[in-house]
Design a protein around this ligand. Structure first.
Ligand code: NAP
Length: 323
């Protein structure tokens, strides 16, 4: 028997999740809300954040229909719960919400570190709830509910790190959710994720934090000169170094081994450059710089950055000779 047209239309419009709970409504939480609304993935989106002003702002912006102080209230009745707080808060939140999670629901996170996040969350996940950890490789140096935008995940990768016993249909559903948010999805082990991200994200942030602080400790170059001539390269490090200190503190506390391993290699390679400069070895410098330039080309070819001069930051200012 054929279904009435209205019932078919209703089913077609049924969102992927009835109630999505965002625990933490900062850059990533608010971007998930924007992108999920854009794609019609959620019947309702609720959230949780500690400060009252953050909750009021999240409701005012329409990111969530209701923002709760207590993550338990947000998680109750949700068929998708996403932990979007700094990694250091995961354990306490998982412990609190665990007993209240709906059987059959999916619990995931967006933390920048995976092995430690899983260690903190997994013991609190009751049987019948599908926990699959994740990490969208997309972000900016901004934070808070005003920072989010729907396009943040477009064309970027989201890495999912399911455990061995993960339910295939829950994994397929979460992968589809991220694809509909705009991402490409890749599956890997948490340990491999942490190693890859240590070199592509964590060590670069550490270098940025360090070089910005080194410049501010100099005695023979004034702070005003550092700022005035920053377009020579320094400025690009300051953008990364403006990232949220709490989030990054938690990344380094939770991905210690992989970061120390990559830092060791970085220090060895830095010594090679230092020696080449000391001994006037132009051949080595040219070879290593050419190699690095090829990596940049690869990133552009993969569509992970723009080839425009100055990252497309400013329109060409013709005629007046300004740079
Ligand atoms: P954010 O903008 O600072 O937002 C974090 C949110 O979590 C804020 O609303 C914060 O409120 C809230 N929060 C902190 N502790 C909480 C707790 N105990 N209970 C409930 N809410 C709490 O940070 P974000 O950039 O969205 O980062 C969130 C997560 O995404 C982190 O785990 C990070 O590793 C990961 N991530 C970040 C990026 C990036 O580039 N930023 C990219 C990918 C993944 P308060 O501000 O009041 O503390």
């Amino acid at each position: 028997m054929e279904k009435p047209e209205s019932a078919v239309a209703e089913r077609a419009a049924e969102p992927m999740f009835k109630r999505v709970a965002l625990i933490g409504i900062g850059l990533i939480g608010s971007s998930i809300s924007h992108a999920a609304r854009r794609a019609g993935l959620a019947g309702d989106i609720v959230g949780s954040a500690p400060p009252p002003e953050m909750r009021a702002r999240a409701e005012e912006l329409g990111l969530v229909s209701k923002a709760y102080a207590d993550p338990v209230e947000a998680a109750k009745g949700a068929d998708l719960v996403v932990l979007c707080t700094p990694v250091g808060a995961f354990q306490e939140i998982a412990q609190a919400i665990g007993p209240h999670l709906e059987p059959g629901s999916i619990l995931t996170d967006v933390g920048s570190v995976k092995a430690a996040a899983i260690q903190d969350i997994a013991p609190h996940v009751p049987a019948g709830v599908h926990f699959i950890a994740g990490h969208p490789i997309a972000g900016t140096e901004q934070s808070g509910p005003d920072a989010g935008f729907a396009e943040l995940f477009d064309g970027r990768w989201c890495i999912l790190t399911p455990g061995e016993g993960a339910d295939p249909s829950a994994l397929a559903k979460l992968s589809e959710f991220w694809r509909k948010l705009g991402s490409n999805v890749e599956i890997m082990t948490p340990e491999h994720h942490d190693m890859v991200l240590a070199i592509t994200s964590h060590v670069p942030h550490l270098i940025a934090y360090n070089i910005v602080n080194t410049a501010s400790h100099l005695e023979r170059v004034t702070d005003s000169e550092v700022i005035k001539f920053s377009a020579a390269g320094f400025r690009d490090f300051t953008r990364i170094a403006a990232s949220d200190p709490i989030m990054w503190r938690d990344v380094f506390l939770n991905n210690k081994d992989a970061v120390l391993e990559m830092l060791g290699r970085f220090a060895e390679d830095l010594t090679t450059l230092q020696r080449a400069i000391r001994f006037g070895d132009g051949e080595t410098l040219e070879r290593l710089f050419t190699q690095a330039r090829a990596t940049r080309r690869g990133i552009i070819q993969a569509g992970q950055d723009t080839a425009q001069p100055d990252f497309g930051r400013r329109p060409a200012r013709a005629k007046d000779g300004a740079q």
